[in-house]
Design a protein. Structure first.
Length: 246
C-alpha cells in the first residue's frame, strides 16, 4: 500500500491513510518529519486498507480535514459495518485501531494547496466502486489510488467484464493527461513511480480478461497469470478470485 505526501512551503496534503496501527503511526512520524501544516487527508477509494488508520493520523494532526468524494463515502459505509470490521480484525489481529472514524464527503472536483490546484479524477468502478485519483497538474503528478498497480498483482476478483472495460477506459483517460509521475495504490517496494505503470495496469487487465474468457479452472488461470508476471509481488489467489465465501 502507498500513502503520498504532497507539500509546499508551509502546508501539505496526504493521500490515503494506511490501515494498521503500526502503519499509521509510522506514517504519522514520516509526515511530522517534514514540518508542514497538514491541511487535508484525501482518501481515494472505499477499501479499508487505505483509510482504517485515519483516526491515528487525526489524533496526531487534529487540524487536518479528512475528505473523500460522496460516491466513495457511500461505498465506504460497508467497511464500518460490524461484519466487515470483524473480518478485518480477524485478518489482522491486534493491528486494527480500536476506534474507526469516517471522512467528510467533499462535493467539489478540486481543492488547493498553497494556491495550486489538485484535481479529483472520478473514475467509477475499478477494483472498488466509485474509485478516484488525485491529479496535480503543476507537477505532472497523479496519485492513482487503486486505479493503477505497480508490479503488484491486482485485485480483480470482484470485477466483471464490463467493469474491466470501464477500468481500461479510465486508464486511457489518465494516460491522456501525460503525467510525469504516477503513484500506484499498491506497488512493489522500490519500483519507480513511472507513468509506464498506467499501460502495465491496462495490459494486466487485458491479459486477465482474455484468460478469464477461456473459462479455465481457477488454478490454471492463477498459474497462467503468475507465469505472465513472475516478478510481480502479492501473488495471492484471493486477489484474482475474491475472498472465499464472499
Amino acid at each position: 500500500m502507498t500513502s503520498t505526501f504532497i507539500f509546499g512551503e508551509h502546508d501539505a496534503v496526504l493521500v490515503d491513510a494506511m490501515m494498521t496501527v503500526a502503519e499509521a503511526e509510522a506514517l504519522d512520524d514520516w509526515v511530522a518529519l517534514h514540518n508542514r501544516n497538514l491541511e487535508t487527508i484525501y482518501i481515494t477509494h472505499a477499501h479499508f486498507d487505505h483509510f482504517y488508520g485515519l483516526r491515528i493520523l487525526l489524533d496526531r494532526f487534529p487540524g487536518a480535514r479528512a475528505i473523500t468524494t460522496p460516491g466513495a463515502m457511500k461505498a465506504m459505509q460497508m467497511s464500518f459495518t460490524p461484519a466487515v470490521e470483524r473480518l478485518a480484525r480477524q485478518m489482522f489481529p491486534g493491528q486494527i485501531p480500536t476506534k474507526l472514524i469516517a471522512h467528510e464527503a467533499y462535493g467539489g472536483d478540486t481543492f488547493t494547496l498553497e494556491g495550486y490546484e489538485l484535481q479529483i479524477l472520478q473514475q467509477g468502478s475499478t477494483d472498488s466502486p466509485d474509485s478516484t485519483s488525485l491529479y496535480v497538474p503543476s507537477i505532472g503528478l497523479i496519485v492513482a489510488g487503486d486505479v493503477v498497480y505497480n508490479q503488484c498483482h491486482m485485485c480483480v476478483g470482484d470485477t466483471t467484464p464490463e467493469g474491466r472495460q470501464n477500468w481500461i477506459a479510465d486508464l486511457d483517460g489518465m494516460a491522456a493527461l501525460n503525467p510525469s509521475m504516477v503513484v500506484a495504490g499498491h506497488k512493489k517496494p522500490g519500483a519507480p513511480d513511472s507513468a509506464v505503470t498506467i499501460q502495465e495496469t491496462k495490459r494486466y487487465l487485458e491479459n486477465f480478461d482474455r484468460l478469464k474468457k477461456t473459462e479455465a479452472p481457477d488454478q490454471e488461470l492463477f498459474d497462467r497469470m503468475t507465469t505472465l508476471y513472475p516478478r510481480w509481488v502479492a501473488n495471492q489467489s484471493w486477489l484474482m478470485f475474491g475472498f472465499p465465501g464472499a
